[in-house]
Design a protein. Structure first.
Lengths: 740, 146
């Protein structure tokens, strides 16, 4: 677009210059009155100056060309040219549409100016034809990306000039091509289209000259380059600006060489100054009449144009710098976000500091509350140091007017720009405390969600915020929003973690308290519950011994029962304490050889009843990781039970080994003893639950409860199978390594 | 007064009676002084409080100390005895209902000479008292009097 603009402006200027030239030539007496010879001499002298004017002709009013700057003219008549007729008729300057030149055979424009004598008679007509190919000559200097094109078309859609590779296209009429249709619509603009040769490009286009008289220019950059990696918009801007700058520079050189009239010192001097970049240099020949005056005026006009160009170039350069600085700001903020490590407060203060310093404004950030409500409290505020103390005086909650602004920004997502001290809109506290002269507020947007607002308050009336400020602030706000959203997520996870840890701590302390209570209870039980039993047993025994003569046989039996009950209760209390101790004692994990433990226990059992013949089958290398004391207790109970319940069995057999169960190895202790009814299998492991009477098999019913507790403390499980009078098998397994 | 005295620290009168009967059944005729809480035990041994002017107060050859006592716990009594020059070598047998591991560790750590759990079965209890009496009153040589 910028290049199209430039080509358009260039064209207009060239038209103006050509106009000056033909008018000047028409003033020459040799032209007005002279014949072919003198006329040709003048044209020869001018030929070297106008590089772009391929042809300069002088014709009689009837159209017959009498002399021309190009030699090979033959007998050319211009009477049929519409612009020639118009010049003669209106006695004024006339310009043609773009045409294919009669003499040059190239796309060109015609200029005609009548040369009038003192009597007002038209004596000659000076004609200049302008070769259009020069218009696209500056294109290579613009260093457009590879695959770019510059095209000039006329109103009918005929390609008049093209860079690069003009040959196949110039002269062709393609009014149906989509891009040409768009260009011919007559407005300035930018479009993405497939070009006439089928390559998708981004096009900038613009009519040439006033009233689209001269046709249209359009410049295309291939999409894949324009939409390259990284910041597309930025790239596009920079490419556009670069093209403009280079074109501007090439123009300076171009114009610098222009109109240096040999022998005209002032012009040369001024031109030298222009060449040495003093663009305010003028010939000072403004009021001179005649040829030099004309040329001087033309030069001055050129210099003015050049100066304008230079100003524009400088603006473009400034814009490039500004863009680079903006890009730097965004990059810096992004980098600091990374360094801030996703902590929300750091993200906010980083943005506030950076933005505040960049704009030299006071910067406020407000976050939308978790309930989705308006930003009620200022999550973060910061100001450039000189105004920091003022910012600290700001109330944390927004006042009514600020509330209105905030809600509008949060609801619409659009920025608000108040570039003046407008007391109707600007919050009072900004006016009073910060002397606000201009206010800019944008939404921080992440994934179409608005997480907060970013506000700039400026206190200088001479420099209100601009739309450019708004767009930069929006860029910053959106980056901030993403970081804030991420930081919020991290904070949420951290909070949940902390809550979880707190809960675990709470539960742990509850458990510790419960354990302490249990210990106190157990202590009390072991001391206080046994003492009365000792008294019951002791005094019963004393009665039996010392007063047996006064107590009959039945009385003695009762006293005997009293004693055994007391003793049994003592045993129960001891078992109960053992069970509770199993839960409380800490575990010492190590590799345990269960086979070896089982053999030790077997030996102990054989010692208690040496006369019994029980076959013990213990598999080798039954290794497990666990607490030796607990596992020994469990095995003692399991093997002890097997020993006990095979007491009435002939050829008693006890086996300890490993078998497969549902694809997993499980330990088992089996016997061929009394067994049990599977109907009561679920009662087996309950404390003090017994499936046999005391007279059948003695016991307190605590053994299997202890076994189960030991296995559970190791993270394992235990179950049993049995048939009455055929034996019982107890299976237990431990979790695989790493599962527990 | 030269007879070897036993100091029984016991708050439960049943246990006191059973202990005395057990000594009697084993024909251990040594005098037995009974105190009924930890505070009284210390007053007797240190000659303070109600025993400050007691003419019949003698240093026992062995103390049978229960742990769960009113006022001052048995372990605290033991600790104070060991911190006092007049009693630091005095033989102390912890005689209690509990066999809690913590109690045993603490007792030995504080310098108990022995730890005996009172069995519920009276026959066993009588046997235990017999062994204690024989050992501490007959065979054991007490430390020299300070």
């Amino acid at each position: 677009m910028r290049l199209a603009n430039l080509v358009s402006v260039q064209t207009e200027q060239v038209i103006q210059m050509t106009r000056q030239l033909v008018m000047t030539v028409a003033q020459f007496p040799e032209v007005v009155d002279g014949g072919t010879q003198s006329c040709a001499r003048i044209l020869e002298g001018l030929k070297n100056i106008h590089q772009f004017n391929r042809a300069l002709l002088v014709a009689r009013p009837d159209g017959e060309v009498i002399c021309a700057s190009v030699s090979n003219h033959g007998s050319v008549n211009l009477a049929d040219r519409e612009y020639f007729q118009r010049a003669v008729k209106t006695r004024d300057f006339a310009i043609s549409d773009f045409v294919i030149g009669r003499l040059t055979g190239k796309p060109s424009m015609g200029f005609a100016y009548p040369s009038v004598d003192r009597t007002g008679q038209i004596r000659k007509v000076v004609v200049a034809t302008l070769d259009l190919s020069w218009l696209v000559k500056s294109a290579p200097a613009a260093r457009l990306p590879e695959g770019s094109v510059v095209n000039i078309i006329d109103r009918g859609g005929t390609v008049l000039a093209r860079w690069p590779n003009p040959e196949p296209w110039v002269g062709r009429t393609l009014p149906d091509a989509q891009i040409i249709k768009i260009v011919l619509s007559g407005r300035d603009g930018v479009a993405e289209e497939i070009g006439i040769e089928g390559i998708p490009r981004i096009y900038g286009f613009k009519p040439l000259g006033p009233d689209q008289q001269a046709g249209f220019v359009y410049v295309g950059i291939p999409q894949k380059i324009a939409y390259g990696p990284a910041n597309q918009i930025l790239t596009r801007n920079l490419v556009g600006l670069g093209a403009v700058t280079v074109l501007g520079l090439s123009l300076a050189g171009f114009f610098g060489n222009l109109f240096i009239m040999r022998g005209v010192t002032a012009l040369v001097g001024a031109a030298k100054q222009v060449a040495s970049a003093n663009l305010s240099a003028r010939t000072g020949l403004k009021n001179r009449t005649g040829e030099i005056g004309q040329l001087a005026a033309a030069f001055d006009e050129m210099a003015t144009a050049l100066q304008e160009r230079e100003v524009e170039r400088k603006q473009a350069e400034e814009e490039i710098h500004r863009n680079a600085a903006r890009a730097q700001l965004l990059a810096d903020i992004s980098r600091e976000f990374g360094a801030a490590g996703l902590d929300r407060a750091s993200v906010l203060s980083t943005v506030a500091r950076r933005v505040s310093a960049w704009f030299d404004d006071t910067c406020f950030l407000r976050l939308v509350g978790e309930d989705g409500q308006l930003p009620e409290s200022s999550a973060c505020y910061y100001s450039y140091p000189p105004r920091l103390h003022l910012a600290h005086e700001m109330p944390p909650a927004p006042e009514d007017r600020e509330h209105v602004l905030l809600s509008q920004v949060v609801q619409s997502g659009d920025p608000i720009l108040i570039p003046a001290r407008d007391p109707e809109w600007i919050p009072q506290v900004y006016l009073d405390t910060l002397h606000c002269q201009s206010l800019l507020m944008v939404a921080m947007r992440a994934d179409e969600q608005i997480v907060g607002t970013l506000t700039l308050v400026r206190d200088r009336p001479d420099r209100p915020h601009t739309y450019e400020d708004a767009s930069l602030l929006q860029d910053v706000a959106d980056r901030t929003a993403i970081s804030v959203a991420k930081a919020s997520l991290v904070e949420t996870i951290q909070r949940l973690n902390a809550e979880l840890e707190e809960k675990v701590k709470e539960r742990t302390s509850q458990l510790t308290a419960a354990n302490k209570e249990l210990e106190a209870f157990a202590y009390s039980v072991s001391h206080d519950l046994r003492a009365p039993l000792r008294a019951i047993d002791g005094f019963s025994r004393m009665v039996l011994e010392k007063y047996s003569s006064t107590v009959d046989a039945k009385g003695r039996d009762y006293l005997q029962r009293t004693r055994s009950s007391a003793q049994r209760m003592g045993q129960l209390i001891d078992d109960l304490l053992n069970l509770s101790r199993l839960t409380r004692s800490p575990m010492l994990w190590k590799e345990i050889d269960l086979s070896a433990l089982a053999r030790e226990i077997e030996a102990e059992l054989r010692e208690t009843q040496p006369d019994r013949a029980v076959a013990f089958l213990v598999a080798d290398n039954l290794l497990v990781r666990g607490d030796e004391h607990l596992l020994r207790t469990a095995l003692e109970n399991l093997l002890g039970n097997a020993w006990k319940f095979t007491g009435n069995t002939n050829q008693a057999c006890v086996e300890f080994g490993v078998s497969m169960h549902e694809g997993e190895p499980v330990f088992f202790v089996s016997d061929n003893g009394a067994g049990f009814d599977m109907e009561y299998a679920d009662q087996l492991f309950g404390a003090f639950q017994r499936l046999h009477s005391m007279t059948e098999f003695p016991g307190t019913g605590i053994g299997l409860a202890i076994v189960q507790r030991v296995i559970h403390r190791h993270g394992g499980s235990i179950w049993a199978e049995g048939v009455v009078d055929q034996g019982a098998t107890f299976y237990f397994k431990f979790p695989k390594r790493g599962e527990f | 007064m030269n007879e070897r005295q036993v100091l029984l620290v016991e708050d439960n009168p049943d246990d006191e009676e059973l202990t005395l009967v057990a000594l009697q059944e084993n024909h251990i005729g040594n005098p037995v002084k009974v105190v009924r809480d930890g505070a009284e035990a210390m007053e007797y041994l240190f000659g303070t409080g109600r025993y400050a002017d007691a003419k019949d107060r003698v240093m026992p050859v062995v103390v049978l100390l229960d742990l769960k006592l009113p006022k001052v716990h048995g372990l605290e009594v033991l600790r104070r005895l060991r911190n006092n020059d007049t009693t630091k070598y005095l033989p102390v047998v912890v005689l209690t209902s509990s066999k809690e591991e913590e109690d045993r560790i603490q007792s030995y750590a504080l310098g108990a000479n022995s730890y005996v759990r009172k069995p519920v079965d009276f026959v066993q209890f009588v046997e235990a008292v017999k062994q204690l009496g024989l050992y501490w009153l007959v065979w054991n040589e007490p430390p020299p009097r300070p």
